[in-house]
Design a protein around this ligand. Structure first.
Ligand code: MG
Length: 330
């Protein structure tokens, strides 16, 4: 009995009214959403980034300041109004480099991750995200191409170092890598930040107007979902199912690979993720970092396979070496 009532409480949709800057906004959430998720929904309506929002609600103290708290654990009522205090980034566009944000680098263990993708609650979240999130194509999907999904921060760009020119923080060989990959893969960039920042940063690096390759789409933090591990850690991840559901005639679990420096980001599709070595301290490492050169070889080597998800991307380096050996002996 208790289980049944708690499950209905978490799946229940809740309509909240949020007051901000003299206006009222209607936000729809579910009990199994976290405060972080609520803030993303509010961001969609107001453009105030989640990290800049402070939420006030009668009689719940400072519980809304903890992003991990599940909404079902709070006595929220549709009849009461929430107040948000926060400022839009405006057109100044604050680079994350300037914000003293805590870097959250924890990784979840393999065993912790095991059930997350199969949990009904997470499948439901993904379904809702598929319905809510619009993917804007910058260029049409190409028949017969595989899909490469790329993270930005620490994957393509060192967003924590400072430089006079953003190009100094770009991972070496980025354009060569994208050019080579584009021959076999459509390219999607997915970053856990706002679309404004993604467009700004990728534009500065020259990724959005190259004559050698095209970016199929950009996805931002609003496309992510919040999940909970068995040890009750709550975190955001990037479910590829969102892309597969929007373009089923082009992309699927068999022809998609995703690079991210955080393994937890592909917890909903572990077979499609490759954990890339983070590119940090650009000034010290930009003369030696060869990661994108090596990954180019891997991407091209596996491009001829029918099913990428049968590979163990943890062993990508030995795959490329074995391939080279085979070619030498052939
Ligand atoms: Mg990253």
């Amino acid at each position: 009995m208790a289980a049944a009532s708690s499950s209905s409480a978490t799946e229940e949709e809740l309509t909240l009214t949020v007051k901000w800057s003299g206006k009222e906004y209607t936000v729809r959430v579910c009990g199994d959403d976290s405060v972080a998720e609520l803030k993303r929904r509010i961001c969609e309506l107001t453009n105030v980034l989640p990290k800049r929002q402070k939420l006030l609600y009668p009689k719940i103290g400072n519980k809304l300041s903890d992003d991990a708290v599940l909404l079902s654990s709070l006595p929220l009522k549709s009849s009461l109004k929430m107040t948000m205090i926060g400022t839009i980034e405006e057109d100044i566009i604050v680079d994350p480099v300037d914000s003293p944000e805590v870097i959250d680098d924890f990784e979840i263990g393999q065993d912790e991750a095991v059930d997350i993708k199969d949990k009904e609650v997470n499948k439901q979240k993904l379904k809702r995200r598929i319905d809510q999130y619009k993917i804007e194509l910058r260029t049409p999907c190409r028949p017969g191409k595989k899909l490469l999904v790329l993270d930005i921060d620490y994957t393509l760009f060192d967003h924590r170092s400072t430089a006079e020119n953003p190009l100094q923080l770009m991972r070496p060989y980025l354009h060569e890598f994208l050019t080579a990959a584009y021959a076999e893969y459509d390219i999607v960039i997915w970053s856990a930040t706002s679309m404004k920042w993604i467009e700004l940063k990728m534009g500065q690096l020259g990724v959005l107007n190259s004559s050698n390759y095209k970016i199929t789409a950009l996805l931002d933090h609003l496309a992510m979902i919040t999940v909970q591990s068995d040890s009750h850690r709550i975190f955001d991840c990037k479910p590829l199912g969102l892309i597969w559901a929007h373009f089923p005639q082009f992309y699927n679990p068999k022809n998609t690979i995703m690079f991210d420096d955080l393994r937890r980001n592909f917890v909903m599709n572990p077979q499609n993720g490759l954990t890339i070595k983070p590119f940090r301290k650009a000034h010290a490492n930009r003369d030696t970092d060869q990661e994108l050169v090596k990954l180019t070889q891997y991407l091209l080597a596996i491009a001829e396979l029918d099913d990428l998800s049968s590979l163990d991307h943890n062993n990508w380096q030995s795959f490329t070496e074995d391939n080279a050996k085979r070619r030498r002996h052939a």
